[in-house]
Each structure stands twice: as structure tokens, then as C-alpha cells.
Design a binder for this molecule. Structure first.
Ligand code: UDP
Length: 245
């Protein structure tokens, strides 16, 4: 495996081909970016932490009937995955108001939503990942109506599992981002990662303290310090929860 063979390099992962065209290798990086890559840095051991957390969560979801791209984790910072064509959609599920929802609606940070909110953003760096509507998705042919319906259904199912799973870790799941892809049979699979990079996770034991409770990438985005410690703490609790079953 050399640098020349890489198929694609994103902000957080490098994708390599394998001998089997249906299988790819994702190598998770320590590089961290925020605000559409205007802020750049590195979080020590992030690649390993995010791969292990994502791998464990994908395995748990598979066991509950959610089809994912996960095959196995051959090394601490690597995931063997099924090759998929990623839909250019960021699917965000929210339980509590934070981030862009507060900025765009004026809802105060921490407002508990009466029901989970599923949103779609267009994965397009040049346009700054704008919020989409269902009709815009169909207009631009980013997904079919059936795919949109399936994605909403899966996103809510994944949210129900993750909320309970993180609750068992003493963590409140505020919101998170999912990506989906289509395999060679046009089957919809959950792809990308589920990690402190892609979720907002608040430590229950920190109460309402707006800075101390943050166990996710907001520590990096907002320069709150102790970023590595927060990621390690999530990993520790996730592993503990998986072991307990
Ligand atoms: N998110 C992500 N990648 C993105 C944008 C958002 O993983 O490119 C996650 C983010 O970490 C949070 C959720 O999606 O858990 C909702 O993010 P939001 O729309 O509030 O945007 P942000 O405040 O992160 O700009």
C-alpha cells in the first residue's frame, strides 16, 4: 500500500483500492478541519479513536438490521469497507438544538426538540454545504423519492439506537451527521463514520456547563482545549458499553 495507490483523500480519511473491486480500505487520519476547512489542525490519535468508535457502532447497527459499509477493522486506524457510490447528501439528525440550527432559527442552544429533526445538506464545499429541501433533492436528482424515504426511516432508526447507546455511556446525543451510499446492486448502505467528529456529544455528569460538557469536535471548533482527552473519554465509554452488552 503506497501513497500512489490512493483512490481518494478526504478531510478525515484516505481511501485505498484493494484486490477486490467491491472492497476498499479506509485509513482514518488525525487531521482535523472545521468551518469548511478554513480551520485546520490535528487531533492526536483521532484516526484510531474515530475508527474504533465507528467500527463498534457499525457492528452494533448491523446486529440490529441496519446495513452499513463496514466489513472489518484490520488495524486500529483502518476499516475495510464495501465500495459504494456516496450520495452527495449530509443527513443530519437532531435531538437538541445546537450549531447551525440555533444560528438559522434563533432557537436557544440546548432546546430539547419535541421530536427528532432530520435535515439534508448538499455535500458541496464550493457552495458551503447548503440546507436542502426534499423537492430540491428531487429537482437536482441527488436521490430518488424512494431513497429519500428510506434515508429518513433509517436515520430515525439509527437515532433511536444511538440515543439509547450513548445514554448508557452517560452521554447525551445532541445531533449527528450520516452519509449513505449505493453498492453495485444499488442497495442503500450507511457509510462514512459515526464518531466525535460527526456527532455532538454532551457529558451528562457535567450538567449544564456549556464548555465542560462537550465531548466532541466542538472542542476543536471552539478552541475549548482538552480535545484529545474528550475523544479518548468517548472511546473508553463506548468500549465499556459494548463490553457490557
Ligand atoms: N456535521 C458533520 N460534518 C459537516 C457538518 C456537520 O459531521 O460537514 C455534524 C456536526 O458535527 C454536528 C451535526 O452534523 O454533529 C450538525 O451540524 P450543524 O449543522 O449544526 O453544523 P455546524 O454547527 O457543525 O457547522
Amino acid at each position: 500500500m503506497t501513497a500512489q495507490t490512493k483512490l481518494y483523500e478526504g478531510k478525515a480519511k484516505i481511501i485505498y483500492p484493494t484486490d477486490n473491486p467491491e472492497i476498499l480500505l479506509a485509513v482514518f487520519k488525525d487531521d482535523a478541519t472545521a468551518f469548511n476547512a478554513q480551520k485546520r489542525g490535528s487531533i492526536q490519535n483521532k484516526g484510531t479513536v474515530n475508527n474504533i468508535i465507528s467500527s463498534k457502532i457499525f457492528q452494533q447497527l448491523e446486529a440490529r438490521g441496519v446495513k452499513t459499509h463496514f466489513i472489518e477493522s484490520p488495524a486500529p486506524n483502518q476499516m475495510r469497507i464495501k465500495a459504494v457510490k456516496i450520495l452527495p447528501l449530509e443527513v443530519v439528525v437532531r435531538n437538541i438544538a445546537a450549531g447551525s440550527l440555533c444560528q438559522q432559527t434563533g432557537l436557544p442552544l440546548g432546546t430539547v426538540l419535541k421530536m427528532p429533526l432530520v435535515e439534508f445538506y448538499y455535500k458541496n464545499d464550493q457552495l458551503g454545504d447548503p440546507l436542502l429541501t426534499r423537492d430540491r433533492i428531487l429537482l437536482m436528482e441527488l436521490a430518488t423519492p424512494e431513497q429519500v424515504d428510506s434515508i429518513i426511516h433509517l436515520a430515525l432508526q439509527i437515532n433511536e439506537f444511538l440515543k439509547e447507546f450513548f445514554q448508557g455511556c452517560g452521554i447525551t446525543l445532541v445531533d449527528f451527521k450520516l452519509e449513505f451510499g449505493l453498492d453495485s446492486q444499488q442497495q442503500l448502505l450507511l457509510a462514512d463514520e459515526i464518531s466525535p467528529d460527526t456527532c455532538r456529544l454532551w457529558d451528562v455528569s457535567a450538567g449544564d456547563d456549556p464548555n465542560r460538557r462537550v465531548l466532541d469536535k466542538d472542542r476543536f471548533r471552539r478552541d475549548l482545549g482538552n480535545v484529545e482527552d474528550a475523544y479518548q473519554e468517548v472511546l473508553r465509554r463506548v468500549l465499556e458499553a459494548v463490553e457490557k452488552g
